[in-house]
Structures are given as C-alpha cells and as structure tokens.
Design a protein around this ligand. Structure first.
Ligand SMILES: [Zn+2]
Length: 351
C-alpha cells in the first residue's frame, strides 16, 4: 500500500512521512478512525514507507511530499502483505474448521485475501461475513497476545523494522491487553507496534496511555450542497476575522460555531483543512480549485489562496488536526476554537 493510493488523506500522509524522515518513529502507535476512511491502509502504507529502501520525495507543492517507491524488494513484499517482518493480528472467532481457541494465526491467508478484496478498507462486519463467523463477535485473545510478544521479541529477518499491525484493537480482551502492557513499555529495538482502532472509548486506559495516537479523519461523512455552502460561509467569515482579530466579532463567531453539534464542528474543521489544501495547491502548484471548493465570495476566492504558502500550510493543518483531536476527546469547544483562531491568525500573518 502506498500513500498515493489512499485518496483524501494526503495531509495526514504528509505528517506521517515527515515523522519517519526525521527519525522520530515511536515504537507503539495507534491510528484511530474508521477502516473505511483508510486507517488500516494508512498503517500499512506507514510501515511500507518505514521499510522502503528507496523513499521517494516530491517537489514542493505536490499533494504528497513523499511516498514509498513501490519497486524495491521490501515494497514488493509489502504489496502482497507477504513481508517476513510484517505481522497482522485481528479479531477472530470459531468457524467450521477452527472449532476451539481461535486466533489470528489460524486465519492469515483469509485475512490477506480480505484486505486485498476490500483495498484494506473493509469493515469489521465484512470481515466476519467473509469468514462466516455467523453473528459471533470476533475477539483478540490471550493467544494472540502471546504471539505478539514472541514476534516482537525476535530480531527482524531482513534488517529493517519489524512491524506488527493489530486491526480493530478495541476487540482485545482484558487478558490480551494486560499481556501487552510490558511489550508496550519495553520494546525491542527496531520494532513497531501499530494498533488500528475505530473507537477510543472501547480501549483500555492503560493501553491508551502507552501509545502515541493519530486521529484519521472520517472522510466518508457525506456533505449536502446546502451544508457545504453553509460551511463555506462560516469559513470565509472565520478567515476574515483572523486578519482583523476583532475580539468581539471573533468571540461571536466562536460562540456560534461551538453551538453546533460536536460532529458538525469536526466536519467543519475537516472542510477547513480540505479548503486550505485546495488553496495551497492552487497557489503553489497552479491547480485550479474544484468548483465545490470555491467559496462563492468573489473577492475572497481571488485573494485568499495566496495567503496559504509553503511557510504556513503544514503548520495550519497540524493546528487543525490538534483541534480535531481535542474535540474528539470532548475538550471545551469554545476554548478549542478560540485557541485555534489565535494560532491560525499568527500563521496566516507569518506567511
Ligand atoms: Zn520501496
């Protein structure tokens, strides 16, 4: 899996490749978001990039700053999910052939096939249907944990990173989770444990506190044209207020935004990120903004994109990601949007 094949997640992909390039890879991470939005695919692309022998970097202004090469021996094995240093763990249940103590080891081939068939975006229900679990709830059990601990304790075969991806990590039962705590704290050298989960609420606090968390935005949420127009209007007034920094007007805007439902607040931030990216591409790379991303305010449409430059675009995206993450954790919306406004205001002025 290469980042270029995960449409719509370029912003996050760029953050991830930057972290790897800078050598700041933390050994235990969690990608949080619906599989349909690419959380599992991103985990695989991340591991593939980490182990790629010939990482590609693209000119400034390209949608992706970097990607794995797709050609080197490591990438080719990753494409087939057959790399000896890539291990997959996922929920399982008993079937007609596996009648007791099921674990991921028993379904490796089926899972690889499932990942290929669904382009790594299949849902938990689809996985159960593919295996014929007959309405049984899949789980990740103690036996899986034993395998994880043993696997991560071994040296990598091929000299790169040994990677273990746990899909639907919220399905780990208590025994399994408890067995992993020590591994999360005392990793072997050059190992990466990537947990992919859809719900933070169902994860044990003891696990959450030991992993670095990355929120994968849900791009599947459909937008009606009316909702898009309303968000465009909100975005235009917000950006104008960031220039003026009229406190009274800004706090009016913040109050109004904070009065929306939390999901709508997050959707607005995703829209804002998408808009910034489109503005940046238009200025830096000469892409024309897609019609649905034009804001419908002629003066703004002409003047605003130039404010988003290579100097501030990544920082602004990251500030919005941090705010998204705060909203996910039920932070106070007013404070979150107010702080974000101050941060963005500085970044826009320092373009
Ligand atoms: Zn490669």
């Amino acid at each position: 899996m290469q980042f270029k094949d995960i449409v719509g997640q370029e912003v996050l992909a760029n953050r991830l490749t930057e972290i790897i390039d800078s050598g700041r890879v933390s050994h235990a991470q969690m990608f949080l978001g619906p599989t349909s939005s690419g959380s599992l695919a991103l985990a695989v692309a991340y591991a593939q990039y980490l182990n790629c022998e010939n990482r590609q970097h693209y000119p400034e202004g390209s949608p992706l700053r970097a990607d794995s090469c797709g050609q080197c021996p490591s990438c080719r094995k990753y494409a087939e999910l057959m790399h000896t240093d890539l291990h997959l763990v996922f929920p399982s249940a008993t079937t007609a052939t596996v009648t007791s103590k099921p674990c991921s080891e028993d379904f490796q081939e089926e899972f690889r096939q499932f990942m290929a068939d669904t382009r790594q975006r299949g849902t938990e229900d689809e996985w159960y249907a593919a295996l014929g679990f007959d309405n049984k709830q899949g789980m990740i059990r103690e036996r899986d944990a034993d395998n994880i601990v043993r696997t991560l304790g071994l040296k990598a075969y091929e000299g790169g990173y040994k990677v273990l991806i746990v899909w639907m990590a919220e399905r780990m039962n208590l025994d399994c989770a408890n067995k992993l705590l020590k591994t999360l704290e005392e990793p072997a050298e050059k190992t990466l444990l990537l947990l992919v989960a859809e719900s933070r609420d169902r994860m044990l606090q003891t696990i959450l506190s030991r992993v670095q968390q990355t929120v994968v935005p849900d791009l599947g949420a459909d937008l009606t044209p009316e909702r898009r127009a309303a968000m465009a209007e909100m975005f235009v007034s917000w950006m104008r207020l960031l220039f003026k920094l009229n406190m009274q007007q800004l706090s009016g805007w913040v109050d109004q935004t904070a009065s929306l439902g939390r999901e709508q607040q997050k959707q607005f931030l995703l829209y804002a990120q998408e808009s910034l990216r489109a503005c940046f591409l238009q200025t830096a790379a000469g892409y024309r903004m897609e019609d649905e991303l034009v804001f419908g305010d002629e003066k703004f449409d002409i003047s605003f994109p130039a404010m988003i430059t290579p100097n501030n675009v990544e920082q602004m995206m990251k500030a919005m990601n941090d705010a998204l993450y705060a909203l996910e954790r039920n932070a106070n919306s007013k404070i979150t949007f107010m702080q974000l406004s101050f941060t963005l205001s500085k970044m826009i002025k320092n373009r």
